[in-house]
Design a protein around this ligand. Sequence first.
Ligand code: UDP
Length: 365
Amino acid sequence: MKKVKIISIVGARPQFIKLAAVAERMSFEPFRKTFLHIIIHTGQHYDYEMSKIFFQELNLPEADYHLEVKSQLPSEQIGRMMEGIEKVLLKERPDIVVVYGDTNTTVAGAISAAHLKIPIAHIEAGLRSFRRDMPEEINRVLTDRISSLFFCPTKTAVQNLKREGQTKNVYFVGDVMYDVFLSVQKCLKQRQILNTLGVCKKHYLLMTVHRKENLRMIKNLIKIFECLATLKETIIFPVHPGTQRCLNEAGCDVKKFKNIKAIKPIGYLDMLYLEKNARKIITDSGGVQKEAYWNKTPCIVLRDETEWKELTTSKCVILVGNDEKKLLSALNKDCKIHRYNDKIFGNGNAADKILDKILEWSYLQ
Ligand code: UDP
């Protein structure tokens, strides 16, 4: 029987994690026999700490094609990605292209496939912040408009698509990041990262910031750091390269804030361990919000809205925007997670469900 040829297109840190769920399932029967899986890495993230470490830690197969596009202005980056992706798609002629999440890589992959009339499966379809000034929102809305199969991580995402008139081939499968989160728990027993950083369980905060809304207003972000510097608690801050660039341009050296320990981005396993053991997390990341919930660590989000609105009802996640007063008050609040429900994001078998549906769909073609 002819195998179904799938091309996964990834390029940014959270996509390597999402890909890990799919690639792992693909290496077992019945999928090993039925699928031929090819991976394109666009090179959107390229540093060791932002890319290779995830391939190593998550046992990902090497990418079959590496486009090495690297970062530049968004339109130039998307354009160059499309150029490279199109060449691979023309050569490989896959049955379906799988894109993940909401990055420039996602939209570049989707548009290239659509032009060549190759069906697209979108993993993490239907998420909406309803803010068209967010690059991620533009990427996910465009990708959903031209996809054929929609794999939704939450029921809210299904509802969002329904509101936009999209009901065909829409599936609530759960979150592939939850699959990966569960599968690596056994590797998290003995990590040295707390010793290395000189902090103790539940006696530090963990912070990540990288969203364009926050980087565009770098002065506000620096004000937030100044406010955090009034605390006694240590704040571990793995700095995203984009954030580091903006801080450099603004002439801000985070080292001057004695309690903020700025470090390079860290690997996924250490990150999960730090999330689990932090007293609270401060972030604008989508993935980190969910992991905070799964780790039952209270999380303060430096945004005014979230695509993961189920989390705000759990009270695990508090939205503070870029308001320092709200941030301080949230940090001081004794916060208990209400009604923890591990089914919001599925059962940890999203990748299985996705591959089943793709297979079913391919029989009908
Ligand atoms: N992450 C990591 N190391 C870091 C920071 C984040 O491994 O130094 C992981 C984090 O645990 C989560 C993912 O990267 O799984 C989130 O990626 P990011 O915040 O870049 O993107 P977003 O989720 O906002 O799209």
